[in-house]
Structures are given as C-alpha cells and as structure tokens.
Design a protein. Sequence first.
Length: 345
Amino acid sequence: MRITILLGGASAERDVSLASGLRIAEALRARSHGVVLVDPARGVIPPDEEAAMRASGVLHPEPPSLEALRGMTHGTLLPALGTLAEVREAEVVFLALHGGEGEDGTIQAVLDLAGVVYTGSGHLGSGLAMDKDLSKQLFRAAGVGTADWIMAGPRAGGTPDAKAVVAELGLPLVVKPSKQGSTVGLTVVRDARALGGAVAEAARYDDEVMIERFVAGRELTVAILGADALPVGEILPKHEIYDYECKYTAGMAAEEFPAKLPAAVAAEAQRQAVAAFAALKLDGYARIDFRMTERGELFCLEANTLPGMTEFSLVPQAAAAAGIDFGTLCDRIVQLALAKRRGGA
C-alpha cells in the first residue's frame, strides 16, 4: 500500500513528531508498505536525508527550549499540501504530527478538501480535543469527571484576581495554555502571588489560558483503538506531574501496563475514556488521560488525538499490554482510516 507519513511540522512538538514518524515508517515498511515522508514545514524528505535524521539522534528528542519555540513558524507548504503528488496519490496519509496545525484540525481540513484518506480524527474532533476549555465542557455533558477550571489570558480578559481564583478553586492550581500539548507552558502554582507569572508564561504559547484545580493522585491513561479501550496504564513520573521531560527522556518516568487497579476501577476508567472519545467525536485512535484520587475518583485531564508513537510513548505500551505489537498497531490504524472512508464518514 502507498502510505505517506506527515511528520515534523512547525509546532512546539516538532522533534517528538519526527521521532514518531520515523518509527512508524520503519514499522510500516517492515510490513511491505511503500512509505514516503513529508514534512509540512519543508516538503518531501528524500531517503538520504531520512537516513541522516536517523543517524543524528532525532529518535530521542530533547525538551524544546523557549528560544527554539520562538523561532518556529507555521508550515509554509500548508496551503498547497493537498496538491503534492506524494499526498494526493497516497492510499492513506498517516498523520504523525503533534500539536499546532497538525493536531488542531487545520491539516485535517486541508486533507478533507483534497479528498485524501488520513489516519486519526477529523477536523472537528481534532479541534475540539485541542481546545481544553471546550473539551472539559463536553466531558461534563457526557458524564466524564473533570476538575473545576476558569479561563484567563489575553482572549479571556487577562489575569483574574488571584484571591478570587483561590477562593473558587483552592490551591495548588495548574496553569496551562488552552491549546498546547506535552505540558508546554504548564506551571503548578502553590502560592497565589505566583499566579500572574504563571498565566503570563502560558500566554506565551496561546491567547487562552486555563487555570485548573490541581488533582492530587495517580496518573492514569487509557488508549482507544477503534471502538475498544486498551488496558489502563499508570504513569509514575520522577517529577510531580508528567511533564515534557518525563514523557520523552529515558529514566524520567516509569509506566505500568496494565495498571495495578481493582477491576472495577479499571473498567470505570475505560468506560469514561470511551465516553470522552465519543463526546469529542474522535475517530481511529486516541489517548485519554486521567488523575485518580486516593478515594478512587477519576478526573479526565485531556484527550490526545495524535498521541506520541516514540520509543517511550504510552499508546504503543498499551497496545503491547493487549498483545498488539507496534507494527500491527500501525497497520490497524491504517485499516481504521480506510474503514472510515468506506463507511462514508
């Protein structure tokens, strides 16, 4: 099958996307698919450049610096992406992009207009999942638990009064960009006097900032593949939260698949994950993240429509716990995309 992988892009998660895409390419080629790589920020990646990228260590991405993020621009090829022969003539486009225009529904809309079959969720579901405020509203409507929150930042009227925020949500607080991934720009606030600085930091990455009640407890994750919830996983990060460094640096987090949970709790996490997936109108596959309190209460943090597929990523680990190797996982994602097109969705 002719498969084109979109990877890289110009988001804060570019290096993670490159690592995911290169790993997916290797797995699909091992299953006899013809694979071409396209970077929306640069164009087609020829074989010699791909080999150089692999040799450079990009499969093990480093956390991005603020200076690097400031220098990133939107992909210059985006308006013409659907006209590229490598995209237009592919039987399936495998989206290995993370964050930004690759995950917020923009590229999905471009591919929809071009009539191209692609993996993962469509433009509506992608946009809903990327917007944490809208996601949480839909979670609540679907009966999925989520922590209380308020919005701030330039688009939401600036920084609210710290005393009023603490009176409503308590301390600690989590402050993060509303439309970013991999915890970029996130701060845990323990002192009301630090709230203004945390909002300003998050506002560097988005014009909307979420201030959320901090939920102490265990970090759980549930991958959805097709209509099925895979085994629940638990993340044990070295830091207080599962931040970028813990996600992508060897030794900074331990994961357990399946998580050591009572069967009823695991089943409830899977039920809520499936409900969140449906509430956001997602397709194909996704990862739904939770915090669980000591009392066993589940609070959904977010849905990731294009979760990482690197060596340390969670969805491949969840699949392995279900007896699905990485190559089969990638092939299943491709087949789900084709089935969606055949179904007229």
